[in-house]
Design a protein around this ligand. Sequence first.
Ligand code: PHB
Length: 394
Amino acid sequence: MRNTRRTLVASAAALAALAALALPFTAHAQTAPKLKVGLMLPYTGTFAALGTAIENGFRLHVAEQGGKLGGREVEYFKVDDESDPSKATDNVNKLIKRDSVDVLVGTVHSGVAMAMAKVAKDTGTLLVVPNAGAGAVTGAMCAPNIFRSSFSNWQPGYAMGEVVAKRGHKKVVTITWKYAAGDESVQGFKEALEKGGGQVVKELSLPFPNVEFQALLTEIAAAKPDAVYTFFAGGGAVKFVKDYAAAGLKKNIPLYGPGFLTDGTLEAQGDAADGLFTTLHYADSLNLPRDNAFRLAYAKTYKLQPDVYAVQGYDAAQMLAAGLAAVKGDVGKKAELASAIEKAKIDSPRGPFTLSKAHNPVQDFYLRQVVGKENKMVGVASKALADPGRGCRM
Ligand code: PHB
């Protein structure tokens, strides 16, 4: 009897040991822990639609990979950042400390993105910025673990400066929200305009996210410039384009801007947007096989047409997919992961792009014109335009 008991105890122990041995294998082969993706985006306020489009695009690519990145099933954690820089550090810490996310994706607003980049840099968390163009993110704050799938504010501004100069406009008034994105967009525009012989004669602004444009429109009418350059996006862009036309300015003073002015906004802007020229790394009529497939899948899934924000979300997932595939989902292999993203050629709906040393897309900027409900591509304003990455030491 004693013997039997001893045998039982021994075989139970042996079984337990076997199970312990087997566990890591099964865990790895079938049930690797989920990859926690933290989405920090605006779901309320003037940029709410942009946040949703980014999330839609991101989820579409992940769904096309069977719900996985780097072989690991994706689990989402979300925070509404409200495009509020004063709440940004707390919000990003909710994802990092409370939810222990493996990777961070966000955001739209440049001021919020800079706060995210600081925390990402301090904690070493992998961050992909799917919109915000703050120069510092791929400039002074650049880091091995920080990437951008979108643009720098300088890029579409610079491309438009070249266009406006070539069109022979000499005296230009600028109008924007007073924060990093508006300031940097105007800077890029001015740099190219001045090179081409033009001049910014007046810089107008109002605080983000205000939309009381009347007094400023009156100033524009009085200044009688050859053209106006503007950075607005989302709900603010809808109202600005309508107010500009309603004030009677559209027929006398041509309005130009980065494509955020008319992307994802045309339904709401109606006729007021008709004919506007903008520069952007995306357009509605590229007619590239990759883009056609993307647009069809997006429309089927969401019963909506995609816009530049959806593309940037989709490509944020593509960049993560490239990095995570190289390390088989092991986010701990930081150097290998970063180097795989750095070297990736992203097969984007916008056209293929690579990343600069500072991790910002090197890409073509299209000249587009609003025709009906489309941002129609009418040419390439700037080919393979790279952000200068000023201040990045990496
Ligand atoms: C930004 O804050 O960087 C920003 C926001 C909305 C855009 C583009 C840039 O459409």
